[in-house]
Design a protein around this ligand. Structure first.
Ligand SMILES: Cc1cc2nc3c(=O)[nH]c(=O)nc-3n(C[C@H](O)[C@H](O)[C@H](O)COP(=O)(O)OP(=O)(O)OC[C@H]3O[C@@H](n4cnc5c(N)ncnc54)[C@H](O)[C@@H]3O)c2cc1C
Length: 489
């Protein structure tokens, strides 16, 4: 991603880029879900969906559906949709109902009822609407990360990036500590003015060579392991990532055109690797199967300085927040775009570097808050893992303010605006999370029985969204190149 966007931003006469990777070490090979920002990446890179999606077995993603995280009545599952333009017409009703419910009155607050993408995902519709439909729909993608990596490598090389396949065995520094060159195991020396460390959790340049410190997030994000197991499609696929709570973490289900990606993200403090694999197999109905599971360790946290000396740490080498909201590639892209802006404006000077570091640190911390809130609001009672998460008081000040505003019946959107944190996760996302978990006080006394109150707002919204949904094609029609047998049957 970095090589592609850098090559696009700067002509080869100005900046020469060399991409080094070791086929022997390989890539981590997970990371199959995106946010809508990835659309901008492909637009900026000048790559059409029809070109990359078939090559990467990609499908569309409209939302994430969380199941089994809350035991509160009516909250068995909820959708966190990507906000669309249409939601402008329904968001007010959603927010008003959430406030009304926080005041103790019984009204509809399920996010699924108020957001277009949730309605489309339930109806198995893709994001492509009739040409006459006057609103923009936001969506992300699911894809095979190994195939996307190869595709981007090809594109970057076609744009003039030099590609070397070699293992970096030694790194040479100048006297002042700046990086000077990479020495490969084939004896080649690659010199550079500026280095981008994309070496994954190894963080070979940033942490290992420059000694940049790592800040772990373990105090409030307990998951540090994953076990991954793909399966064939067993049912028609939907344009959504599913996140299902298990005994010591959660399992993702990501539909690609040729298979499902599944993985159990868990905490090794609460569950051993064998037990996690057995639980995942049981969950997938694969107890007797010989499908091989892949076990991964995750280093969750971020480096203290994403840009140190003449080196930028991108991707896992600079930090990782567990994949619950699929934000890792989003942060990679944010980091690349911010670096291009800084470089073009200020060059490689210390002020630009410090600004960049503050900006990236803040991005990581605010994404972290939203992920932490998922765990803090769970109401499961079935394991020490979930009980400890719900009791966890290691919350940042902004997260405390958000929760206080919600429970104190304040205007949450205004509070997010005041805190200036709505560019990370906006008011709609926070309302979905808090109402999706049913984080409400008990109902006030003397309510009309459920279903008999005034539900005018909801009905209006529901009908409006259903009318909108008529304009959209089915997911299968949106992926004409894909062979989706169970869905078409
Ligand atoms: C369980 C899990 C689930 C995830 N799910 C998502 C998701 O849904 N969405 C999302 O956006 N992200 C997700 N991620 C994160 C995502 O996988 C990564 O952000 C993404 O793959 C980028 O990885 P990377 O390039 O930083 O590291 P890697 O893929 O590990 O690549 C490291 C590269 O460095 C090279 N390298 C390392 N050492 C050397 C050396 N000595 N010499 C030469 N080359 C070297 C390797 O060959 C490789 O090419 C997930 C991560 C995990 C662990």
């Amino acid at each position: 991603m970095a090589a592609t966007l850098f090559a696009r931003a700067w002509p080869r006469e100005r900046v020469r880029i060399t991409l080094v990777e070791s086929p022997e070490i390989g890539i981590i090979g997970v990371g199959e879900g995106s946010t809508p920002l990835l659309r901008k990446f492909f637009a900026d890179a000048g790559i059409d969906e029809a070109e990359w999606m078939p090559r990467c077995n990609a499908t569309y993603k409209l939302n994430i559906r969380f199941s089994g995280w809350s035991t509160r009545p009516g909250c068995a599952s909820y959708s966190h949709p990507f906000p669309t333009q249409v939601d402008v017409h329904t968001t007010r009703a959603f927010f008003v109902n959430c406030l009304t419910r926080r005041l103790g009155l019984d009204v509809e607050t399920r996010p699924d009822v108020f957001n277009l993408n949730a309605v489309l995902a339930t109806a198995r519709k893709g994001p492509q609407a009739a040409e006459t439909f006057p609103f923009e729909v936001q969506y992300g993608y699911h894809f095979d990360s190994a195939l996307l990596g190869s595709f981007l490598r090809e594109r970057a090389c076609a744009m003039g990036v030099e590609h070397r396949q070699a293992r970096v065995a030694r790194i040479e520094q100048h006297e002042d500590g700046q990086l000077r060159s990479l020495h490969t195991d084939a004896g080649e020396v690659i010199e550079g003015d500026f280095f981008v460390d994309c070496t994954g959790f190894a963080s070979l340049l940033s942490q290992q060579t420059l000694g940049v410190a790592f800040k772990p997030f373990a105090a409030n994000l307990y998951n540090d392991s994953a076990v991954v197991m793909p399966t064939p499609h067993m049912a028609p696929i939907s344009p959504e990532t599913r996140s299902v709570a298990l005994s010591a973490g959660w399992c993702w289900h990501i539909p690609l055109t040729n298979r499902m990606g599944n993985g159990y993200v868990y905490s090794s403090r609460y569950l051993g690797a064998d037990a996690a694999e057995a639980e995942l197999r049981r969950h997938l109905g694969l107890l007797e199967s010989d499908v091989v599971a892949r076990h991964l360790q995750m280093r969750v946290g971020q480096v203290e300085r994403h840009w140190s000396h003449n080196c930028l740490a991108l991707g896992l080498s600079g930090g990782f927040i567990e994949p619950l909201e699929a934000t890792a590639l989003h942060l990679v892209q944010v980091g690349i775009e911010a670096f291009i802006r800084k470089f073009d404006l200020d060059g490689l000077n210390p002020t630009a570097r410090d600004d960049y570091n503050r900006f990236m640190d803040e991005r990581f911390e605010r994404v972290r808050d939203y992920i932490v809130a998922h765990y803090r609001l769970n109401s499961r009672q079935d394991s020490a893992y979930w009980l400890d998460n719900a009791r966890n008081d290691q919350l940042s000040n902004p997260l405390r303010s958000v929760l206080n505003a919600w429970h104190g019946r304040a205007d949450l959107a205004a509070e997010l605006d005041r805190l200036q944190i709505d560019s990370h996760f906006g008011a709609l996302s926070w309302h979905c999370l808090l109402s999706g978990y049913g984080a409400f006080p008990p109902l006030a006394a003397g309510q009309p029985p459920p279903g008999t109150g005034d539900r005018y707002i909801e009905l209006k919204v529901e009908r409006f969204l259903q009318r909108c949904a008529i304009n959209f094609r089915s997911l299968d029609e949106c992926l004409p190149w894909a062979d989706l047998p169970p869905a078409r049957a």
